[in-house]
Design a protein around this ligand. Structure first.
Ligand SMILES: NC(=O)c1ccc[n+]([C@@H]2O[C@H](COP(=O)([O-])OP(=O)(O)OC[C@H]3O[C@@H](n4cnc5c(N)ncnc54)[C@H](OP(=O)(O)O)[C@@H]3O)[C@@H](O)[C@H]2O)c1
Length: 341
């Protein structure tokens, strides 16, 4: 009999709905025997919104056992084990601290916090309490990550030299993106994906970063271009924007060929070409529920095994990303109102 983990969702917005569908799909997979062998099974236990009516509507729609009209009540629920934090970046810090102080493990949406100082404090708090705190940067947990590692290690494209990655959507009107008080801007929302893609494929031995951003009237970054110059000479060219939909591709070029990752936000396929542009290999990712199941399986496994971090997204890497985001914002002069002393 597989172990069950009772999940709470904090915040009943857009991604929370996708997560609820994911949890339903994971239970269905367990029933049908298609879940990964030995995997824990999530229980749709509780949902909290700032408004009880909205929480109850969410509860009814997705079949949660309990609904709360405040985040505090969810944090106090003695039976909830793992809380998925689905609020804007600006609030992750306070909401994770609330849950950890009440003894809850947390799986928190990206960007993990608004800045590195907040991340450090949350991680220290969780470590001190012996609880799991992990960043729901879904691409870190997906099978495509391992596939890409294996393709690069196989030597099929030879020694890699250059990486490009972009992620952009037309989302500048979304309040969460537009508002400095919600830690808006492209970087923490979409820019984090190309950055993560580069860190996963090329690592973090970066000698120099060259970047530029176009700021909005409200002072957050609307679109960003970032180049990582690696110590060994490799380069990663990264682009993100909140004004338009881009092709979302990631490419890596080496001496014997190149590969294209279709949609770095949720990789579907990796295609490899030789230096004459002939397709020489194609790898499709396994059928997924939504793609968010992998981070949930990893978090539940960590909870079950008493671990405080997931190997797919160790605390050190969450901190490294937050420090990188801080340094880019410093260069561009993007300061959130709650960071001003
Ligand atoms: N991994 C991914 O692929 C992915 C995709 C989309 C978003 N995300 C991340 O998920 C998080 C939420 O994004 P979303 O698109 O779901 O946002 P959203 O639809 O705006 O929902 C955010 C929720 O946060 C709660 N909230 C608490 N305080 C708030 C405040 N002051 N202003 C606005 N909302 C507040 C609200 O919940 P209640 O009113 O219901 O309590 C709201 O429904 C972000 O960190 C984002 O980066 C990740």
């Amino acid at each position: 009999m597989a172990e069950e983990i009772r999940i709470g969702i904090l915040g009943a917005g857009k991604i929370a709905r996708t997560m609820a569908r994911t949890l339903q799909g994971m239970r269905e997979a367990a029933r049908q025997g298609t879940a990964p062998e030995g995997a824990c099974v999530p229980v749709l236990w509780a949902v909290a919104a700032r408004d009880l009516g909205r929480a109850q509507a969410f509860q009814e729609e997705f079949g949660f056992a309990r609904a709360y009209g405040s985040y505090e009540e969810l944090a106090r629920d003695e039976e909830t084990q793992l809380v998925y934090i689905a609020t804007p970046h600006s609030h992750h810090y306070a909401h994770m601290k609330l849950c950890i102080r009440h003894g809850k493990h947390v799986l928190c949406e990206k960007a993990f916090t608004a800045n590195a100082a907040q991340a450090r404090e949350v991680l220290e708090l969780a470590e001190g309490a012996g609880l799991l705190a992990t960043e729901a940067m879904w691409t870190r947990y997906m099978p495509a990550r391992r596939m890409l590692d294996e393709i690069l290690a196989s030597g099929i494209i030879g020694r890699p030299f250059c990486l490009t990655a972009n992620l952009s959507y037309d989302i500048d009107e979304v309040e969460r993106l537009a508002e400095p008080a919600l830690a808006g801007g492209a970087l923490l929302d979409v820019g984090i994906y190309p950055i993560s893609f580069a860190l996963m494929a090329f690592g973090s031995d970066i000698a120099r970063i060259v970047s530029g951003a176009q700021l909005t009237d409200k002072g957050v970054d609307g679109q960003d271009s970032i180049t990582f110059q690696y110590r060994d000479g490799r380069q990663a060219l990264l682009y993100s924007s909140m004004y338009c939909r881009s092709d979302r591709q990631g490419t890596i070029a080496g001496e014997k060929g190149y590969l294209i990752v279709k949609n770095i936000n949720n990789p579907q396929r990796i295609t490899v070409y030789d230096t004459d542009d002939r397709e020489i290999a194609r790898y499709d990712v396994p059928t997924q529920i939504t793609g968010y199941e992998y981070e949930v399986y990893a978090a539940m496994e960590a909870v079950s095994q008493g671990k405080k971090e997931c190997p797919q997204m160790p605390h050190a890497e969450t901190l490294q990303v937050m420090e990188l985001l801080d340094s880019l914002r410093r260069e561009w002069g993007v300061v959130y109102p709650f960071e001003r002393s």
